[in-house]
Design a protein around this ligand. Structure first.
Ligand code: XMP
Ligand code: MG
Length: 178
């Protein structure tokens, strides 16, 4: 079944059920690796808001969560390459184990920019958990990317937090542009 969002058509790529099962796996791995390290989860708004919420529901020890807001797409279907910082990080990350939670890594530009900025705050460590990765689109590899939900092809996707022209973030399934 196809859906229309603004001027584009999309079809289902990954069902909500599959997404949720994979998130439970990721959370189990993170939980095992970080249980005794008092990590701080750093969600990248807007795209990761559903992912981080679902992910941390599977973590059964008390943990800390904060957010920052970056933008690189500005409403289209291709990364602009320029990163805009809309909301800065407000907590002290010095000596903390930071788990960055992203919706998708495309060229890697956003993540590389963020990771470099984070190191200036002198955290104990940085690791990245991204729901989606487009391996063929990577221009800047980021070695901190340790947890990946799904590798997808180099195509524009929407749903489960991701938007096209700010629409469709609420959809429970993930869709690809037809
Ligand atoms: P880069 O190229 O910097 O891009 O790795 C990462 C950011 O761009 C957004 N992005 C997408 N958003 N569908 C979207 O709705 C996509 O297919 C897509 N690919 C990249 C996203 O915000 C990500 O943080
Ligand atoms: Mg994003």
């Amino acid at each position: 079944m196809k859906i229309k969002v603004a001027d584009l058509e999309f079809e289902k790529l990954i069902t909500a059920e599959t997404i949720q099962q994979r998130i439970a796996d990721l959370a189990r791995h993170i939980s095992e690796d970080y249980q005794d390290r008092n990590p701080i989860f750093l969600g990248i708004l807007n795209g990761s808001f559903l992912f981080i919420a679902d992910l941390i529901k599977h973590i059964d020890w008390p943990c800390e969560i904060t957010f920052t807001k970056l933008a690189s797409y500005y409403g289209g279907t291709a990364s602009s390459g320029k990163i805009r910082e809309d909301i800065d990080i407000t907590v002290d990350l010095r000596d903390r184990h930071v788990i960055v939670v992203e919706d998708i890594v495309d060229t890697g530009n956003t993540l590389a920019y963020l990771v470099e900025k984070l190191y200036q705050r002198q955290p104990a460590s940085i690791t990245v958990c991204s729901l989606l990765l487009k391996p063929e689109a990577i221009v800047v590899p980021v070695e901190e990317l340790h947890y990946v939900g799904f590798n997808i092809q180099n195509e524009f996707v929407l749903g489960y937090g991701l938007d096209y022209k700010e629409q469709g973030r609420n959809l429970n399934d993930l869709y690809r542009k037809v």
